[in-house]
Design a protein around this ligand. Structure first.
Ligand code: HEC
Length: 389
């Protein structure tokens, strides 16, 4: 990938393509020209624009961008031709000229699409969904994909094709809706022989979105041990309870601020940290409750779910027994970025999610301050299956 300027216009182009294709889909659905698949409007064509190709082929991306501009100018000229009779001939000529000189890109910028290509996961990557997905995965998928997601389950020896590992960039490369389709309707090799079985008759749509959430956690978990999360991981949605106030959603509580997640159990005792103005502090406890405070300014907001412990432990790549004392940092956009092991002081080595287009910002601050500065200076620009998230 080239320099930052290329990233800016390429991001704008990808965003536009995503918006335009989604807009077309919503329009067709509103007009009754396309139905629904799995509860959301169905993409009616078997191709879509391949954002993932444009991302690596800047030449094609530039061509497509210039073509869009030429088509927009041609349309403008047609509008002028309709409105201003005197200029009609000239305007139509100019419109035709734009269409002729536009550097029409080749068919390479198209990728195979499925009815669910543009579908968005309804789960918000919640603790509830991840926990449900864990059960689905262990009963329906682990026999082939392996309990740790590396594709080494007990059934693999009997398969014609080895299942891919999810502990890598795979899930980050594909659009969620296309992964969903592969799980619901299976996959075939070029001879048409089934490689990945279809699950639509055994699993509900909710089950499939949940198992995808859990696979992302498996990817994070395995990735930590290899030095970094292979795909950006969002803060899972959950309810937060602060003191005696009624629980509220994490998004409302966070209110656009950074979050420090701290795992504390009974053994941590006074290990409950003090509030810190640099971020909101979210405590995770094994049972989702907090002991009474022992000091002033102690953090008092806890994830109100007993399942949060296992989910966050997995994301941090730690077993539930070894999780106490671990900290995770999320940026203002809600992406988890760094992990601190129990008892250590923060350093740049704790960064687990770095930006693809990194501009190193030399800072003189140390430890946590330097980490925060870097997190803010390098926001996650996540392009998944050619779609920006
Ligand atoms: C019988 C063995 C088997 C089972 C059971 C199985 N898979 Fe697969 N899976 C495969 C194989 C083999 C592939 C590779 C297929 C290919 O590339 O043609 C695959 C591929 C995948 C992929 C990659 C899709 C892509 O877009 O490349 C995902 C995601 C996946 N499986 C999820 C699941 C989930 C979720 C379950 C459980 C609900 C599951 N699999 C159960 C064998 C299996």
């Amino acid at each position: 990938m080239s320099g930052p300027e290329a990233t800016v216009w390429l991001n704008a182009l990808l965003r536009f393509l995503q918006w335009a294709q989604h807009g077309v889909l919503v329009l067709l659905h509103t007009l009754g020209l396309t139905g629904e698949a799995h509860g959301q409007p169905a993409w009616p064509w078997d191709v879509r624009i391949a954002g993932e190709t444009l991302l690596i082929d800047l030449g094609q991306a530039r061509q497509l961008g210039v073509t869009f501009i030429a088509v927009a100018l041609a349309l403008l000229a047609v509008v002028i031709a309709v409105l201003v009779r005197r200029w009609r001939a000239v305007s139509l000529g100019v419109a035709a000229g734009f269409l002729v000189v536009a550097p029409w890109p080749s068919v390479v910028v198209l990728a195979p699409a499925m009815p669910t290509s543009f579908h968005v996961s309804p789960t918000a990557f919640s603790v509830v969904s991840i926990t449900h997905g864990t059960r689905v995965y262990n009963t329906a998928c682990a026999s082939c994909h392996g309990a740790d997601g590396r594709g080494e389950g007990p059934l693999t020896a009997t398969l014609t094709r080895w299942p891919p590992t999810v502990v890598g960039p795979l899930l980050g490369r594909r659009a969620d809706g296309e992964l969903f389709w592969h799980i619901a309707h299976g996959m075939q090799d070029v001879q048409g022989v089934t490689t990945m079985p279809a699950f639509a008759d055994r699993l509900s749509d909710t089950d499939i979105w949940a198992v995808l959430d859990y696979m992302k956690v498996l990817a994070a978990s395995g990735g930590v041990r290899a030095g970094g999360w292979p795909l950006p991981v969002a803060l899972p949605a959950l309810s937060v309870r602060c003191g005696d106030a009624p629980p509220q959603s994490l998004v409302a509580w966070r209110n656009g601020q950074r979050v420090r997640v701290v795992a504390v159990d009974a053994a941590s005792g006074n290990g409950i940290p003090l509030e810190d103005p640099r971020f909101q502090t979210l405590l995770i406890t094994p049972d989702g409750t907090l002991p009474p405070p022992t000091r002033a300014f102690q953090a008092r907001c806890v994830a109100a779910s007993a399942d949060a412990w296992d989910v966050f432990a997995a994301i941090a790549g730690a077993g539930p027994q070894a999780f106490s004392g671990t900290q995770l940092l999320a940026d203002r956009n809600g992406w988890l970025r760094a992990r601190g092991e129990p008892g250590t002081t923060w350093s740049d080595a704790d960064f687990l999610c770095t930006s693809a287009a990194r501009e190193t910002t030399p800072t003189h601050a140390s430890g946590l301050d330097s980490l925060i500065a870097r997190m803010d200076a390098e926001p996650v620009r996540y392009v998944k299956g050619g779609f920006i998230h």
